[in-house]
Structures are given as structure tokens and as C-alpha cells.
Design a protein around this ligand. Structure first.
Ligand code: NAD
Length: 492
């Protein structure tokens, strides 16, 4: 008899076994150990969650904002208390190092903290005497039921770009985590249960395409947040919008770092390596292309190659490990094929991380840091999202050429510049077509009190996750124009 745990859903304040006929195995990418089975829940279970959330909305929206955030304060404390355990779970199912998992959960908690400010953030505006004796006000009201569809690479953090704001604003919520990494949300929902949110306010449905499509099509879903690959982002954006929903979709990326000759090379190399190889390159803000300008070429190339070769790769739970595996064998094969494609296109293999021997973890999905040199700027490898620990080097003569290269990209998630020149930094910040800009920063991840931006094919929608954008997204504005008879004493 199998001892592998099949994960339940959490609907209407209760853990419930799914009636799914299809399941997937959740596999530790470092060891190939099967951790659990995740149900691919049918549309009927999504429907149950939506009905529960719709019923809960009636009284949740009437709960005063200062009371609603008390649940978030409790949640924050519980997340702190269980911080280590959740971080460990992220590493087990996702592969990143424990330090990276902790970093991820820290950002999740920061978003809860910011959403606790909703009694101020949700305020509207007003003006007395817009005409004689007439006052006008704009108030914000919640939308109803909202949902998030998450990717595999940040199972703890990404739902928190949206969820705390949605709840604090008075919406009720459904989380559909990535079927590759469903364990982290199981842990977090155990904490939601302890927090004591009224039943139906927050729900968890595991699944894949059928569950997603049920969310996209259901008339009671008012708003959808998606984070994942660009083709799926486009699909979700168009189908949800066609169904009249508010929708924000963050997609893939191909992030360039530009290195000018006046940059502090020691710092630049360290930061560039962390950006390209951190989380095994499976970060939407991972550097994928490094463009050296002028004399930066030689110093940067030598130093980054050395850093890549010496990075310690292994099980993210082991002490001292700096980079874990990629998510699954399909991903490993795809990344290795793309590396070969780069070589076939004429790039030089400066550091080849394919087929490494990671002692004790022979079954893991490991690729060591890889660097391709003299990559053709118009070739496939320079333009395709690899989502693995692979850095392509391109050399150009001027910052103008480098910015032009940045701006020809299909994606616009992040672009970074390394320099000591304020004028160059300003030019870059002004001209680069990307939503998140780093100046001497390799992972320009906005703090919870700034929107997580993203342009072009890295984002579909207008309002982003986190902070004020999230409050705008999860509320609808109502404008009231009022006139009262001036002789009020007549009424008594
Ligand atoms: P993915 O697009 O494969 O899956 C994301 C979600 O969509 C999952 O929950 C999955 O169940 C669902 N899904 C997948 N295919 C679907 C389909 N055909 N119909 C309906 N639903 C579907 O993405 P992933 O591999 O989990 O995540 C990696 C991608 O996410 C990368 O492209 C990365 O750049 C991107 N990402 C972007 C950001 C950002 O902020 N822009 C952040 C993190 C990850």
C-alpha cells in the first residue's frame, strides 16, 4: 500500500479530499524522492470554492478594515513562528537553497505587513463644495471573489504579492498553486486555519489546466492574478478579459545586465553571478544576458568564468550549498538543449555545466553554472527565456548599442546597469524599456511597498502586484455626489 500522502484542498474552512481522477507526483528535485501526490482537481471543486468564497464575501466585506487586518497581524505572527519549516518545505519541493527560501518567505511576510496598513491605503478622496452646497467623494469597495494562479519558482512568495491586499480590501480569495510545488501552500493554509479567518474567506484548490479554466470562466470570479510563462499569461489574460474580469498577468523574462568599463568589477562579478545562478537561474529577475561594453569585456569575462566554476552546487538543504537543482528532468533536458543550440549558433562554451556529477545526488536535476561567450545578439539563445543557470555574454562598443539591444527584447521584466557614472545611470534609467531597473543591483526586486513592475511580454494588464497597485486592483471606485437641503432644522 502506498504511504505517499495525497494532498487535500481547503474549501469553506475545511480540508477536503479531492475527487480528482488524475494526480501528479510532487518530486524533490535534488533527490528524486516522491514527496506527495497532488490532485488535479475537477472544475466542480473549483465551483465549490467559488460558491464558498461568494457566500463569505457578504459578511467579510462588512467587516471593518481595522478588524480585517487583525487576521493579517495574526497570520504574520504565525508565519514568523513557522518560518523555518515553511522555508524548508520550499527547498524540498522547489530545490532552491534554504537561504533563498528564507529570502522568499521574508518578502511574503513583508507583503502581509504592508497590507496591514489597509485602513489608510484603502481610503478614498473627497472635496467639499464641488458646486455650491454639493460635496463629492470617491470611495473604494472590494470586488468580490478573486483568485491567484501561481508559478513553480516562488511557491511561498508570489501568492503574497496579491492575497494579503485582496483580503484586507474585503475580497474573498482562491489560491491555485503550481501543481509542481503544492506543499508550501499546504503549510501556509494550515496557518490560515489557525488564524481563524471566517470560513470561505480564503480557499485552496490544487490542480492544473481544468482548475484554471474553471476560474477563468466562472461568472462569480471578479479578478485574477497570474504569474507564469508568457504563453500561458497571454492565454489567461485574453480568456479572463473576454469574460469581463479584471486581470493582471506576469509573464516570462530575458533579463540583460550591462557592464560599463568604469564599473567596480569585483562587486559587479559577484552580483552578476548571484543574479544569473541564484535559484539556479529560475527567477523571473535572473540575469540571462551580460553585455560588456568596451574594455569591460576582458576583466568581466575572466572573473565571471571563475565565479561560475567555483559555485558550490548541491542539495539546497545542505550547509554551504550556493545553488540547487532545476525543477524537474524535463526542465533539465530543455535547458541542456538550449545550451547546445547556443553552441550550434556559434557561441563559445566558456563554462559548460551540463551533466555534472553531484556526489550523493546522482538522481537530482542538476546543471552547473554555464557561460556562453560571443553569443550572437539576434540568435535564439540571446532572445529565448532559458530559466536555468545559463549566462550568455555579448560584447558591444557603446552604451547606446547596449540600450538598443535591451530595447529590442520581446521581454521587459528587468534591465540592470553596472557603472560608476551617474550620467550613464540616468540615461539607462530613462531609456531602458523594462519595468524593473537595477543600477549596480543584479536582482531589482521591488520591496513590498513598491509595485512589482514588468513591461512588454513580461506583463499583461495595467496594475501590478504589491502595495498601492494591489489596492487599486482589488477595489472598485465609487463616486458619490451629495446635496443636502440647507435648512436641515426643518427635519426635526
Ligand atoms: P507556467 O506558465 O507553466 O505555469 C504557471 C501556472 O499556470 C501554473 O499554476 C499552471 O498550473 C498554470 N498553467 C500552465 N499551463 C496552463 C494552461 N495551458 N492553461 C491553464 N493554466 C496553465 O509557469 P511555470 O513554469 O510554473 O513558471 C515559470 C515561468 O514563470 C517563467 O516563464 C518565469 O519567467 C515566470 N515568472 C514570472 C514572474 C514575473 O514576475 N514576471 C515571476 C515568477 C515566474
Amino acid at each position: 500500500m502506498s504511504t505517499i500522502n495525497t494532498l487535500p484542498n481547503y474549501i469553506n474552512g475545511q480540508w477536503c479530499a479531492s475527487s480528482a481522477t488524475e494526480h501528479l507526483e510532487v518530486i524533490n528535485p535534488a533527490t528524486a524522492e516522491v514527496l506527495a501526490r497532488v490532485p488535479l482537481s475537477p472544475a466542480t471543486e473549483v465551483e465549490q470554492a467559488i460558491q464558498a468564497a461568494a457566500e463569505a464575501f457578504v459578511s467579510w466585506r462588512r467587516t471593518p478594515p481595522p478588524e480585517r487586518v487583525q487576521y493579517l497581524f495574526k497570520l504574520k505572527n504565525l508565519l514568523e513562528e513557522h518560518f523555518e519549516d515553511i522555508a524548508r518545505t520550499i527547498t524540498l519541493e522547489c530545490g532552491k537553497t534554504l537561504a533563498e527560501s528564507k529570502g522568499e518567505m521574508r518578502r511574503a511576510i513583508e507583503n502581509v505587513e504592508i497590507a496591514c496598513g489597509i485602513p489608510i491605503m484603502m481610503q478614498g478622496t473627497n472635496l467639499e463644495d464641488v458646486a455650491k452646497g454639493i460635496d463629492e467623494m470617491m470611495i473604494r469597495q472590494p470586488l468580490g471573489v478573486a483568485a491567484v494562479i501561481g508559478p513553480f519558482n516562488f511557491p511561498g512568495m508570489i501568492p503574497f504579492w496579491f492575497l494579503p491586499y485582496a483580503l484586507a480590501c474585503g475580497n474573498t480569495y482562491i489560491v491555485k498553486p503550481s501543481e509542481k510545488v503544492p506543499l508550501t501552500m499546504q503549510k501556509i493554509f494550515q496557518l490560515f486555519e489557525k488564524t481563524g479567518f471566517p470560513k470561505g474567506v480564503v480557499n485552496l484548490v490544487n490542480g492544473a489546466k481544468e482548475a484554471v479554466d474553471a476560474i477563468l470562466d466562472h461568472p462569480k470570479i471578479r479578478a485574477i492574478s497570474f504569474v507564469g510563462s508568457t504563453p500561458v499569461a497571454k492565454y489567461i489574460y485574453s480568456r479572463a478579459a473576454a469574460n469581463g474580469k479584471r486581470v493582471q498577468c506576469q509573464g516570462g523574462a530575458k533579463n540583460p545586465l550591462i557592464v560599463l568599463p568604469d564599473a567596480d568589477m569585483e562587486m559587479t562579478t559577484r552580483i552578476a553571478a548571484d543574479s544569473a545562478f541564484g535559484c539556479a537561474g529560475q527567477r523571473c529577475l535572473a540575469a540571462s544576458v551580460a553585455v560588456t561594453v568596451g574594455k569591460a569585456r576582458h576583466t568581466f569575462t575572466e572573473a565571471i568564468a571563475e565565479t561560475a566554476k567555483t559555485r558550490i552546487v548541491g542539495n539546497g538543504l545542505d550547509q554551504g550549498v550556493e545553488m540547487g537543482p532545476v525543477i524537474n528532468t524535463q526542465s533539465k533536458v530543455r535547458i541542456e538543449e538550449l545550451i547546445q543550440k547556443g553552441a550550434d549558433e556559434g557561441a563559445t562554451m566558456l563554462v559548460d555545466g551540463r551533466a555534472p556529477n553531484i556526489s550523493g545526488y546522482e538522481k537530482g536535476n542538476f546543471i552547473r553554472p554555464t557561460i556562453l561567450q560571443n553569443v550572437e545578439p539576434t540568435g535564439e539563445i540571446a532572445r529565448t527565456e532559458i530559466f536555468g543557470p545559463v549566462l550568455s555574454l555579448i560584447h558591444l562598443d557603446t552604451i547606446e548599442q547596449a540600450i538598443a539591444l535591451v530595447n529590442t527584447s520581446q521581454f521587459g521584466n528587468m534591465a540592470c546597469l553596472f557603472t560608476n557614472s551617474g550620467a550613464a545611470a540616468r540615461k539607462f534609467r530613462y531609456e531602458a524599456e523594462a519595468g524593473n531597473i537595477g543600477i549596480n543591483i543584479g536582482v531589482a526586486a521591488p520591496m513590498a511597498f513598491f509595485p512589482f513592475s514588468g513591461w512588454k511580454d513580461s506583463f499583461f494588464g495595467d496594475l501590478h502586484g504589491q502595495s498601492h497597485h494591489a489596492v487599486e486592483f482589488f477595489t472598485q471606485t465609487k463616486v458619490v455626489v451629495e446635496r443636502w437641503p440647507s435648512d436641515w432644522s426643518r427635519q426635526f
